[in-house]
Design a protein around this ligand. Structure first.
Ligand SMILES: NC(=O)c1ccc[n+]([C@@H]2O[C@H](COP(=O)([O-])OP(=O)(O)OC[C@H]3O[C@@H](n4cnc5c(N)ncnc54)[C@H](O)[C@@H]3O)[C@@H](O)[C@H]2O)c1
Length: 437
């Protein structure tokens, strides 16, 4: 068996590394030459636990990295994992998908093999039927379901546990017609992800399943953030105890109930925008989802207000941002609320120092010389007038009074409550905690 994976980002590089490390001949393809040469040397282009190890094993075994799309020739499965970012109006940008699908169509027109093309990228419901399928058939002059298979296969991995989720996802969703291609794909996944439920449905439903997942997760986060803000107004109330108790109810579940500065990342913000956009076009008022987005934006405004209330005018003040990765365990800053916060504070004239154990280089690509980048927590806090903990890195649990002593003004905003149990010689605000009586 030979498999091609087109687009070696978070999803594609993880998938191709896992496939080849299991001994399946895999061609990893990316249009970015520099990315390809780094990956071919065993160097991942982003940080993800266990990825480097898996990639190196894969390269030793069965992984070939190339920027030549024609390498898909004679592959049994072709996974498409290119990005689907948002346009300025919130609509999904399908240009990468369209470009790849056009080229794949032309290439398979000469193919004797009948490949199965799987779209892993998140695409808005209707994309497979109305966009991908017609482009493929037009360019290949072949028929889907007869000459090649076309299957929606949305990806659910979480960054910081991408390898784990690729090996053991909670579900495999396969959308398309029930053809021999679907049977072959089902067989493949039952071996690749043994004991994982496989849901077979049509294209549109598969596409919708992915959006329903992500919008629900965003809803959970905005819900708990709203409750956290209410808790903050009630003396001695603790959002984590509220969330832990709720999480024990099997109808609710304990994940994504961690109050904080709002959801970010490369998926939730863009996916919720895309579904709001689609919903409006369909004439369905997306009342709940619009509120979810609004609450998310308000979290950052709350933090800015809190800073102003405590240090007065922000202009010229030295502020430290602890954590810019959108979550711990990754260096990804795409859609990070911490990055938005830095932008807002810079506009207000703040002098910003950034600390992050993994994402400093990515932050530097955005802010260049407009902020300071510091590798140690004590140095980051030295002489600052306010420190804001944004990402739940373990490093911040080690902040103590010796480090705080070095701050010019002892004021900490802890959006993740990592220092909640410590007796700190500092003015301390945490999202979701009512002031101590
Ligand atoms: N990152 C996640 O956690 C995650 C989780 C689930 C689903 N998804 C979805 O999966 C898709 C991919 O996400 P990602 O984060 O891996 O994206 P990414 O931006 O990290 O990677 C996409 C890759 O595709 C490459 N590419 C673009 N055009 C190409 C072309 N014509 N030929 C070959 N390569 C090309 C880019 O160079 C890039 O390396 C998106 O639709 C995303 O919404 C992402």
């Amino acid at each position: 068996m030979k498999i091609a994976v087109i687009g070696l980002g978070f999803v594609g590089l993880t998938l191709s590394s896992v496939l080849a490390s299991r001994g399946i001949t895999t061609i990893g393809i990316d249009s970015d030459r520099k990315k390809c040469s780094k990956i071919a040397k065993g160097i991942p282009t982003f940080f993800e636990p266990n990825l480097e190890k898996t990639l190196k094993k894969a390269l030793k075994k069965k992984l070939i990295i190339t920027n030549k799309l024609y390498s898909i020739n004679n592959c049994d499965f072709i996974f498409i994992t290119v990005g689907t970012p948002e346009k300025k109006n919130g609509e999904i940008d399908l240009s990468f998908i369209k470009e790849v699908v056009r080229s794949v169509g032309k290439l398979i027109s000469k193919n004797k093999k009948k490949p199965i093309i799987l779209i892993k990228s998140t695409v808005i419901p209707g994309t497979m039927k109305n966009v991908v399928l017609p482009i493929l058939e037009r360019n290949s002059k072949k028929k889907a379901g007869k000459d090649f298979g076309l299957i929606s296969n949305p990806e659910f991995l979480q960054e910081s546990r991408a390898i784990h989720d690729t090996i053991k996802p909670h579900v495999v969703v396969l959308g398309g017609y029930r053809t021999k291609f679907m049977k072959k794909t089902e067989k493949f996944f039952s071996r690749f992800n043994p004991n994982v439920p496989i849901i077979i449905t049509n294209h549109q439903t598969a596409e919708m399943i992915k959006y329903a997942h992500n919008t629900f997760l965003a809803t959970k986060i905005s819900f708990i953030n709203q409750i956290a803000n209410i808790c903050q107004g009630i003396p001695d109330t603790n959002i984590d105890d509220v969330a832990n108790a709720m999480g024990l109810d099997p109808r609710i579940g304990n994940l994504f109930l961690n109050a904080g500065p709002g959801y970010g990342g490369s998926c939730l913000p863009k996916d919720i925008k895309a579904i709001i956009n689609l919903s409006s076009k369909l004439g369905v008022n997306p009342t709940l989802l619009t509120a979810v987005e609004k609450i998310n934006k308000q979290q950052i405004s709350h933090i800015v207000t809190l800073v102003k209330q405590n240090i007065g005018k922000i202009n010229g003040k030295k502020l430290t941002i602890l954590g810019v990765a959108f979550k711990p365990g990754t260096d990804d800053i795409r859609g990070s609320v911490s990055i938005d916060l830095v932008k807002r504070l810079l506009k207000l004239g703040a002098k910003i120092t950034i600390h992050d154990p993994k994402a400093l280089e990515n932050a530097r690509k955005i802010f260049h010389d407009n902020t300071k980048y510091v590798k140690s927590v004590p140095s980051a806090l030295k002489d600052c007038q306010c420190a804001i903990i944004m990402t739940q890195w373990k490093d911040y649990e080690r902040i103590n009074n010796k480090i705080i002593k070095q701050m010019a003004k002892k004021f900490i905003i802890d959006t993740r409550r990592v220092l909640y149990n410590k007796n700190l010689d500092a003015k301390y605000y945490a999202i979701g905690l009512g002031q101590k009586i």
